[in-house]
Design a protein around this ligand. Structure first.
Ligand code: FAD
Length: 400
């Protein structure tokens, strides 16, 4: 059987897999890289439904810098909305905090992009790069040999040999399981409803995080559509409440949402197609071993409360591509644990902070305990009155 050789194979062409492929294309120009994606190439699908009902991602300031390095930011920036301020509040409580870009000061605290836009731009860049890609393709078998990894694909047996396998095929990664890496899964017993809203008044680039009983409501500013201001909604509640709100008609949905969120963003006049996601976080037991690295949701998928999953994964990917580049420059084996261990060490602290924060925050706001409630309100008030505190918090969210 004819075997094709690659220096690196990336499994999973989601946002993380493609970003990492583009980083390698930029930093390690002579590397032969293959991207494998199980779905057919979806980049051409830009239908009407996407324009109004796509999922959005809040990109941190640091992510924008990383995306600039791979030459996609100038295109994305034009189709993104800025986050100039973040308003944090709790339903029925007195504590409120507002963080402004002028607190840092920066042009914007972050940016909101529609996932379908980001995927389309990434796919276009990928097509222009020297990365090979195969769609509708999966690995059937992985074998570790002394000098390389041998992969057999599900397409009837194409064989591939590679020095390094990057697993970026999402949470509950099938490929990680094939190499014997398992994940710890935590079911949050919550779900998120994601939808786009039309607002009656301009959002003025404001984002909102509102904690409610047993969940939260995040509203992110979006670019207008047909002249109407839009916002992206992520409404996290218990699974039962989510089911109820998924069944409700649009009018009842908006009434309940307005009741929980209040009127600080004005009236919600329409809601697009609602989608719901059951929330679980996962952490792989190992993120790297000789010749294998897990990235993105395959390594760690987070509770979306703080919108940090993709941002954290981009920082991981940037660090890994730099470690590989440095190893190549020094003539080292980039798939060795000497190199990959350095990558893990460099990423440990940031990962621990972000993963810890996204675990702690839902718990902190889920409890009905009176003393904890008072503590939460005081913390929000302290942040509101202290610029250094706000700045430190904002810098953390910005990935700096
Ligand atoms: C409601 C919600 C809101 C969020 N908001 C934000 C936010 O504002 N900011 C932020 O930073 N993060 C956010 N996140 C997190 C973010 O969406 C994820 O971190 C990100 O999508 C992870 O991307 P990924 O490429 O690792 O995984 P995925 O998006 O799951 O991509 C995996 C890819 O691998 C492919 N695949 C699967 N199995 C195989 C296989 N066996 N072989 C080949 N290919 C395979 C899949 O088809 C897919 O294309 C949010 C998440 C949710 C649920």
């Amino acid at each position: 059987m004819k075997k094709t050789n690659y220096d690196c194979v990336i499994v999973g062409g989601g946002m993380v897999g493609i970003s990492f492929a583009l980083m390698l294309a930029r930093q390690c120009v002579n590397m032969r890289v293959l991207l494998l994606e199980s779905k057919p190439d979806l980049s051409a699908q830009q239908n009407e439904e996407c324009i109004f009902d796509a999922r959005t991602t809040a990109l941190s300031f640091k992510s924008a810098l990383i995306l600039e390095d791979i030459d996609v930011w100038n295109l994305l920036r034009k189709q993104s909305a800025e986050i100039a301020s973040i308003h944090v509040s709790t339903l029925g409580q007195f504590g409120v905090t507002r963080i402004n870009s002028s607190d840092i000061p920066v042009e914007a605290l972050g940016y909101v992009v529609e996932n379908h836009t980001m995927r389309a731009i990434f796919a276009e860049k990928l097509a222009q790069s020297n990365i090979s890609s195969r769609f509708s393709s999966k690995i059937a078998k992985v074998e570790l040999h002394e000098r390389a990894l041998e992969l057999v694909l599900e397409d009837g047996g194409s064989a591939i040999s590679t020095q390094l396998l990057i697993i970026a095929d999402g949470a509950a990664s099938e490929t990680a399981q094939q190499v014997g890496i398992h994940a710890l899964v935590r079911d949050h017993q919550q779900s998120a409803i994601v939808a786009n809203l039309t607002l009656e008044k301009e959002h003025r680039d404001a984002a909102y995080e509102r904690f409610i009983r047993g969940g939260s409501i995040a509203l992110l500013p979006m670019s207008p559509y047909l002249g109407k201001p839009r916002a992206s909604l992520v409404w996290i509640q218990s699974n039962d409440e989510t089911k109820m709100m998924m069944r409700a008609d649009d009018a009842s949905f908006l009434v309940r949402l307005q009741d929980q969120f209040g009127y600080r963003a004005g009236l919600f006049s329409a809601v697009g197609v609602r989608r719901n996601y059951a929330l679980a976080s996962t952490e792989a037991e190992e993120q790297a071993r000789r010749r294998v690295v897990l990235l993105g949701n395959a390594a760690h998928s987070l509770h979306p409360i703080a919108g940090q999953g993709f941002n954290l994964a981009l920082r991981d990917a940037e660090c890994l591509s730099s470690c590989i580049r440095e190893a190549l420059d020094k003539g080292l084996d980039y798939s060795s644990m000497e190199v990959l261990g350095k990558y893990l060490d460099s990423r440990w602290l940031d990962q621990q902070k972000v993963i810890g924060f996204t675990k702690f925050l839902p718990q902190l706001f889920a409890t009905d305990s009176y003393p904890v409630g008072i503590g939460r309100n005081l913390a929000l008030l302290l942040m509101e009155s202290s610029q250094p505190f706000r700045r430190a918090f904002a810098r953390f969210g910005m990935g700096l």
